[in-house]
Design a protein around this ligand. Structure first.
Ligand SMILES: [Zn+2]
Ligand SMILES: [Zn+2]
Length: 274
């Protein structure tokens, strides 16, 4: 049980797909000494009021994120989409399944992501006959993929979620609401029908994609993020998936000028309660 009986969320990573600093980049943000400008790939860990730990996405930085935050177990994982920066650390879930006792971890995603992950990580999910191919050595992570239906109340291990999909470049991303916390990353736009639903829900905390100042073909820019914050009107909003176009303090100035303390950029290892 959480000490104060609230749900909490830790920003395990707040950066765009390359991570910040980007390898080889000498720009002012990538060489900044402000720890808030050093951003691992975007991921969060929810700890529910009942004490369940829910990981959202398995980034290539997963191992570092778990060590930095002293995380050694999760109850289940939600996968937003199949892009490398959200998925390619999946094998690092392996130590969590070692036990004792040996366990299997459930992953939840939409149908498209299910099919893509199963295909791309064939060695994990296309199970061979264990008699002919016993797991030897360090083995494979024992993971189980599950599909969740969008736009319905879904209960997973006693926690209720409302999942939804929205466009992200050629594909789509799955966002969700858990107990008034809405998570919307890797978003090109929020379609009108979905926006109408989000406006009706009471959102206490919104975690929203915000890549850079200028327009982008697959992500929300500062202007577009601010537009959706005004539309959805949550109590608080944390911005995530930020690139090397923006210093943390610059984005903080933009949010405070427009929204006061209600909107702010997240930074790695920041913990919020909801
Ligand atoms: Zn991403
Ligand atoms: Zn993406």
């Amino acid at each position: 049980m959480n000490s104060n009986n609230l749900n909490s969320v830790i920003a395990l990573g707040t950066g765009t797909s390359t991570g910040i600093p980007m390898i080889g980049c000498k720009c002012k943000v990538c060489t900044s000494l402000d720890h808030r400008d050093q951003r691992l790939r975007t991921s969060i860990l929810i700890e529910t009021a009942r004490g369940l730990k829910i990981l959202v996405d398995t980034t290539p930085d997963l191992r570092t994120q778990f060590l930095n935050n002293k995380i050694s177990d999760v109850d289940f994982v939600i996968m937003t989409h199949d892009h490398a920066d959200h998925l390619h650390g999946i094998d690092d879930l392996r130590p969590l399944t070692f036990g004792p006792p040996i366990r299997e971890i459930d992953l939840y995603c939409n149908k498209k992501t299910y099919e893509s992950i199963e295909h791309r990580f064939e060695y994990i999910f296309m199970k061979k006959d264990p008699k002919k191919h016993p797991i030897i050595g360090g083995g494979i992570p024992r993971l189980k993929l599950n599909i969740v239906e969008p736009l319905k109340d879904v209960t997973i291990q006693g926690e209720s979620f409302f999942f939804f999909n929205y466009p992200h470049g050629h594909g789509e991303t799955m966002g969700f609401i858990h107990q008034g916390m809405a998570y919307i990353v890797d978003c090109m736009e929020i379609p009108d029908e979905l926006l109408a639903i989000l406006k009706k829900k009471k959102i206490h905390l919104l975690i929203l994609d915000c890549l850079q100042r200028g327009a982008h073909s697959t992500h929300l820019s500062v202007d577009r993020s601010f537009h959706y914050i005004n539309e959805i009107n949550p109590e608080r909003t944390g911005l995530i998936h930020v690139g090397h176009d923006l210093f943390h303090r610059e984005l903080l100035k933009l949010t405070s000028d427009q929204f006061g303390k209600k909107v702010f950029p997240l930074y790695d290892q920041l913990k919020l309660f909801y």
